[in-house]
Design a protein around this ligand. Structure first.
Ligand code: NAP
Length: 449
């Protein structure tokens, strides 16, 4: 970190500093950032997905500080978090994210700034505002914020019921440049939310992308619209999405049936009071035999779920593994039930038996991140102490690629944080008393690394 940046960050965090003092502190011309390089986008040609190693493509480099335009804000991320989209960016799958940046570059002058030979990654941050652009009135330098990743202009009419429908909607740090894993990051003002006062920087950074995605999938009328008493099958129940999904189901009066792949993960959920858990590895569920689906395994899985639910089928299936599980997910949903999907980690060409869908009046609902209101409501639940971060491990910025490798190989649990401008883990708590009353919820996840 340069001394100019340290002065800027220290001034921005000083509770006695006025917004004008922070705005007057000079910006550095260059920053450190975790990037992939366009010149290397073909480096994994011919390798299988599993062989593509983010540790070879994702590096920390010195790059120019981000620009600042109308309705935009520069923040100093104190911490960021890893998401699966950084795995996709760093293995250049299913497409190189430089295609997104090029397309953005052709749209407008402001878009052209994003089309660079490097891509600064990261779609989750907690940090402090250091500059606001023209037209920003709700936020000021010195505000401590979490950032959600819905980057949208809203100039056209399409998104005004739901900004996720807007044609200009992008995921920040994935379909845009200037993401979270950098000493300075550029966001739109309508991505900012107040940082929950009892959390550390790295805990606050580990919330938004997966929490708000899970919130929309389950709680919002834009997707499954869960109600009290609903039984919800949660795949990957200790992963980034699933760890929040389980909490949202329980907080909303639903009953989660959780699928995980190890005894340690099952024990973690049991220690949190979850009662219905399936260890898919220990119980040997194999829904595919080579290229053939195994309906007998769907039936065995459905029977196992009924054993846990007192004989009834699930109202909602929380789907994201994709190809490996989708056939089973459609099969086990109850008559009239909902399969809500936001991803295809194991492959996006899904196969299912459509007879089980139409004859039983089930519906498949798609979902993708969240609009500002949904992200705000999810963030608010954390500030209220009703939903808790699921951070298990935090890396230094230079080690971000190690975290991406852990995610790629499914060797992680919960969320993985990345320290950016914070000097150490544990900083940033504004309300220690509130934290003390909620710490046992947060610490439970840290036992499993
Ligand atoms: P994660 O932290 O890696 O968790 C995913 C979990 O899924 C894993 O912990 C694993 O749990 C389970 N899983 C993985 N492969 C599986 C398989 N073949 N069969 C059954 N379970 C499997 O990732 P995440 O952050 O939750 O994200 C999951 C997916 O959603 C990614 O593809 C990501 O890109 C996508 N996503 C989409 C959005 C959106 O807005 N559309 C937002 C966030 C994430 P067990 O091994 O314990 O079963």
């Amino acid at each position: 970190m340069t001394s100019a940046l340290r002065t800027l960050v220290d001034t921005a965090l000083d509770p006695g500093a006025a917004p004008e003092d922070i705005a007057a502190a000079p910006l550095p011309e260059h920053i450190r950032a975790a990037v992939v390089r366009k010149s290397e986008e073909n480096m994994f040609a011919g390798l299988s997905s599993a062989e593509k190693d983010p540790r070879k493509s994702l590096r920390v480099d010195e790059v120019e500080a981000p620009p600042l335009g109308p309705t935009e804000v520069l923040i100093a991320p104190m911490a960021a978090a890893l998401n699966f989209n950084t795995v996709w960016t760093s293995i250049f799958e299913p497409v190189s994210t430089f295609r997104f940046l090029e397309r953005f570059g052709k749209e407008s002058d402001l878009g052209r700034r994003h089309d660079l030979p490097y891509h600064i990654v990261g779609s989750d941050a907690a940090g402090v505002v250091v500059r606001t652009g023209p037209g920003v009135t709700r936020w000021k330098p010195g505000d401590r914020v979490t950032v959600h990743c819905n980057y949208v202009d809203m100039e056209g009419p399409e998104g005004h019921d739901d900004s996720m429908i807007d044609a200009s909607q992008r995921i920040w740090g994935f379909e845009t440049n200037f993401g979270a894993m950098a000493e300075l990051a550029m966001v739109k003002a309508n991505q900012l939310m107040p940082m929950p006062t009892h959390l550390t920087w790295e805990e606050a950074a580990s919330l938004s992308l997966t929490l708000a995605t899970s919130y929309r999938m389950l709680v919002s009328p834009n997707a499954a619209g869960m109600k009290q008493g609903d039984i919800v099958l949660v795949w990957g129940a200790t992963g980034g999405l699933g760890g929040y999904a389980v909490q949202l189901v329980r907080n909303g009066g639903g009953i989660p049936v959780c699928v995980v792949s190890s005894g340690d993960k099952a024990d973690l959920l049991a220690s949190l009071g979850v009662e219905r858990i399936i260890d898919r590895k220990a119980e040997g569920f194999e829904f595919w035999d080579g290229d053939e689906q195994q309906p007998s395994e769907w039936r065995r899985f459905g029977k196992r779920i009924r054993e846990l639910t007192g004989g009834v089928d699930v109202d909602i299936v929380f789907e994201h593994p994709g190809r490996q599980t989708f056939g089973a997910s459609v099969f086990v949903a109850k008559r009239g039930g909902t399969i809500v999907t936001c991803a295809s980690t194991s492959g996006y060409l899904h196969e299912y038996d459509n007879r089980y869908l139409w004859m039983n009046l089930k519906r498949i609902v798609s979902s993708h991140f969240a609009n500002y209101k949904e992200a705000w409501e999810a963030n608010r639940l954390v500030d209220l102490g009703m939903i808790h971060p699921i951070l298990t491990r935090t890396y230094a910025l230079e080690e971000a690629a190690e975290g991406a490798w852990a995610m790629h190989t499914n060797a992680h649990t919960g969320k993985l944080g990345v320290l950016v401008n914070a000097r150490a883990e544990g900083e940033g708590v504004a309300d220690p008393d509130k934290r003390a009353s909620l710490a046992h919820h947060i610490e439970a996840w840290k036992r499993l690394t």
